[in-house]
Every structure is written in structure tokens, then in C-alpha cells.
Design a protein around this ligand. Sequence first.
Ligand code: SF4
Ligand code: SF4
Ligand code: FES
Length: 260
Amino acid sequence: MTAYDARFRVWRGDAEGGSLRDFTVEVHDGEVVLDIVHRIQATQASDLAVRWNCKAGKCGSCSAEVNGRPRLMCMTRMSVFARDETVTITPLRAFPVVRDLVTDVSFNYAKAREVPAFVPPEGVAAGAYRMQQVDVERSQEFRKCIECFLCQDTCHVVRDHEENKAAFAGPRFLMRVAELDMHPLDAAAEAGLDRKRAAQEEHGLGYCNITKCCTEVCPEGIRITDNALIPLKERAVDRKYDPLVWLGSRIRRRSDSDPR
Ligand code: SF4
Ligand code: SF4
Ligand code: FES
């Protein structure tokens, strides 16, 4: 096993403010960025705050920015950096800092609660659902999400625009809306719930200009933009220009304003 000393800059502070601190740390073959953070904790800064759980890329806890790119620290090998490169580790930029590398990601939980759950079809018992394999595979891709919120962090709609957060669910939750809207057994429409309208008017689909930055950082390789956001936009536009939908909304509007 070979080892070398590498330079790191780690953000330390809290909601009041903070700064980058320099550390020189021993790096061993095969290590990942999270190993280095743990070594800093063990040898130089025992009170350094970091969130992690699985160290296997599955819990989504260890999200941070490494040299400015949103990444899972446990899945970022030190071998991707040159040995003489200074590696900078900062907390997720889109969310408020709690302390050091730990951010408050409750924005995401609030957005999750705004998406109504799957509506079971009437008259079909659980376990008796049948659907095409292509529909199963579509849902399975979206279901690989580990809720690391790297996509939420990188999306420019909210990354530097706190003011957009109220109106924009972010890629992870627009993907959830897309999954449910494309689910062949979801009975939301029968229950009076229009997921396409909600995507536009409540979850801020129109803010997304399909830059694909969310897709680029997803550690699960989910094709968020191509397979969820673009199809959802197409479906929402189809709804808007569907003559039957248009006629229905005109009739509804007229009867709403009818004083009788
Ligand atoms: S594709 Fe849309 S959701 Fe994804 S990063 Fe770009 S604007 Fe944000
Ligand atoms: S879609 Fe990908 S990047 Fe976004 S939260 Fe899920 S796993 Fe993370
Ligand atoms: S520690 Fe679980 S994803 Fe990194």
C-alpha cells in the first residue's frame, strides 16, 4: 500500500458564517473523500460535522461539493484528483448550513409532501395490478433515487435563487410527479386530481429549461431530464392544447361564473 500527503480545504462554520480551513492529510490507495474527512476528524478536528451512514452510495447522506461539484463523498475516489491538487470540500450550496459539511435539507421533505401519493385504481386488489413491462421499467428507473438531493442542489433554478424555492419542486420531485402521471394504474384523474396541471401550476415545471445539469450529477445515473422532465413537459403541453381539455375548461369556467 502506498500513501501520500494531500492538501485539503474544508469549509467550517455554521449558519452565522464560516471559512475554508487548510488540512494536510495522509491518503492511502483506494480511499474516497469521505475517508479523508473521517481522518481529519480522527486526527485534526474531532468536532468537524459531517453526515453519512452507509459508505456505499446508497443512503444519500454524504452529499457535499467537492471542488465545486455536487458529489457523494463516499463514492468519490481520491484517485480522480492529481496528488498535488488541493481538494476543496464545501457543504451543499442550495441549502442552509447547520454546521460544517451538514446542511438542512428539509426543503426537500416539504416538497415531497406536496406531491399527492399514488391513487390506487378502484376495483383492483393490491397484488392484482398488471401493467406492461415498459411501464414497470420506467418506474424502476425513477425508483432508484436515493434522495441524495445532489440534483436539487445543482439545479440553477434554486441554487442561487432562494426566491424560487416556494414555486419550484426541483428535479427530484418533478420526476416523482412524472412517474405518477405516466403510471398506467394511477387513478388520480378519477379522483379529480390533475397531475399535469399541478406540475405546471404548483410544482413549477415551467422553470425547468432542460439544461440536464441534474442528470449529470445523479449518482444513480437516472436520466432525469430525458426520461422524466421532458416527457412531463410534453404531456403538460398536450393537455393545454388538447381541444377537449380546452372545451372542458371553457365550460367549467362559464358554469363557475354563471350566477344562477
Ligand atoms: S434540467 Fe431542469 S430541473 Fe434539471 S437542472 Fe436543468 S433546469 Fe433544473
Ligand atoms: S434523482 Fe439522483 S441526484 Fe436526485 S436525489 Fe435522486 S439519486 Fe440523488
Ligand atoms: S454514506 Fe451513504 S451515500 Fe455516502
